[in-house]
Write a protein that binds this ligand. Structure first.
Ligand SMILES: Cc1cc2nc3c(=O)[nH]c(=O)nc-3n(C[C@H](O)[C@H](O)[C@H](O)COP(=O)(O)O)c2cc1C
Length: 205
């Protein structure tokens, strides 16, 4: 038994399951609504997702292949991010079904919609935080040898923010109160963020 497991991903991980997603996790979820040039509503979760800049706020998600969300955002220049919560977990999962672009994925996921104020795609009504976004860049990723890969990171500036006031305490946003869900490894692992796991640590200096 070696004292640790080393592998070079290009030669395989040598384990029962690829550990990468389980190691880099849990990951926040970008539950992205967009609309096609034909007006059909799309909704899909992306866990290769994060916040990349504060001012202006820029969020991004990474699409494995040229998926409908990316195609819509390229066509219309707009999208909405919806916070994925424990109450909405099943709907988040349903909205990941691989269906044709002609399917309205709000209907598919069984979620009510609300109009956005500044962009065309709808928001998920039951999601307590939503960001209205304008597309800024799409970056095609490259491997270390410079070879372009079929992985596309879509960035957008957050131009409008909706917050359920129940999540604010005296003007301070309480992350755990919405019971956000985050993605773990394997085909089915998620975690729920709860207040009892909170700890505080100030930056040095
Ligand atoms: C929780 C969760 C996270 C996901 N994360 C990603 C991701 O980061 N990138 C990706 O390409 N697909 C991801 N998927 C799969 C997409 O949601 C799925 O391919 C979906 O059909 C894409 O929809 P679209 O083609 O309408 O954009 C994820 C699925 C789930 C359930």
């Amino acid at each position: 038994m070696p004292d640790h497991h080393f592998y070079e991903p290009k030669h395989g991980h040598g384990l029962k399951h690829d550990p990468m997603n389980a190691i880099v996790g849990p990951r926040p979820i970008g539950w992205i609504s967009s609309i096609g040039a034909d007006g059909i509503r799309n909704l899909a979760p992306y866990s290769f997702f994060n916040l990349f800049a504060y001012r202006p706020p820029i969020i991004g998600f990474s699409s494995t292949g040229w998926k409908h969300s990316l195609a819509n955002i390229e066509a219309t220049g707009e999208f909405v991010w919806n916070l994925a919560t424990r109450d909405l977990a099943e709907a988040v999962n349903h909205s990941s079904a691989m269906v044709g672009p002609e399917i309205d994925e709000f209907d598919l996921a069984g979620v009510e919609a609300l109009p956005a104020l500044l962009v065309k795609p709808d928001r998920v009504a039951a999601s307590p935080v939503t960001f209205e976004c304008r597309h800024t860049q799409t970056l095609r990723l490259e491997a270390a040898d410079g070879r372009p890969i079929d992985q596309w990171v879509v960035f957008g500036e957050v131009i409008g923010v909706h917050i359920d006031p129940a999540l604010l305490d005296d003007g301070v946003y309480r992350t755990a109160r919405a019971r956000p869900i985050v993605r773990g490894g394997g085909p089915d692992e998620y975690f729920e963020i709860t207040e009892d796991r909170l700890f505080r640590m100030k930056r040095p200096g």
